[in-house]
Design a protein around this ligand. Sequence first.
Ligand SMILES: *Cc1c(COP(=O)(O)O)cnc(C)c1O
Length: 232
Amino acid sequence: MTGLAERLSAIDASIADAVRRAGRETADITRIVVTKFHPVTLVQELYGLGVREVGENRQQELSAKVEALRQAQGPGFEDLRWHFIGQAQTNKAVAIRRSAQAVHSVDRARIADALDRAAFDDAILDVLLQINLTDDSDRGGVAPADLERLAEHVLTLPTLRLRGVMAVAPLDEDPAAAFARVHDYAERLRGVAPDATWISAGMTGDFAEAIAAGATHLRIGSAITGPRPAQG
Ligand SMILES: *Cc1c(COP(=O)(O)O)cnc(C)c1O
């Protein structure tokens, strides 16, 4: 096995352990491999290992990889699902929508509107509301107090499907406590959008805590891909 294959199966084994300990089912968990800063060849290798859910946090890098795969020889990558997990700017909405099947970082009405206006065929875009777990309003994410209002707005947009919540645990908070809060916010969201059941939480350092707190979508990068190459 290559290093990549070994790391992927080791992480999947850890996920399975955490799922068992939480009394949950692996079928309820989607493992997204975050490929940021790595070349598109890594995405191709992951595809060969069966990975179909991948994530990027920068629009330009996302667009470049999707375009490279469209032009690549060999097997089609049509069933790859791209998750955009970075801060989204309204002037990038068209480009994001052309490349991603899901956007985890909707945190204000204006970006939701821009993504809706950027619809270009009959496809519906899956969106999650990113919640800011810190007191720093410069961090991405909607303030918890504004969650329902934003959800109600997104529900009026015909080309978006509201799927759930996303959060990143703050560096200065125990991830279990942070994800317990996310679990409560997810419940609040279901109060206005009963079908919005996804909880995108958990990265390399805290996915076990996220699984224990009900995460459905894990965003795991470096533990699978290896250390990120220096940013060019
Ligand atoms: C980079 C990134 C991840 C993955 O981080 P790792 O610690 O490498 O697993 C997850 N979520 C977001 C929003 C990211 O930007």
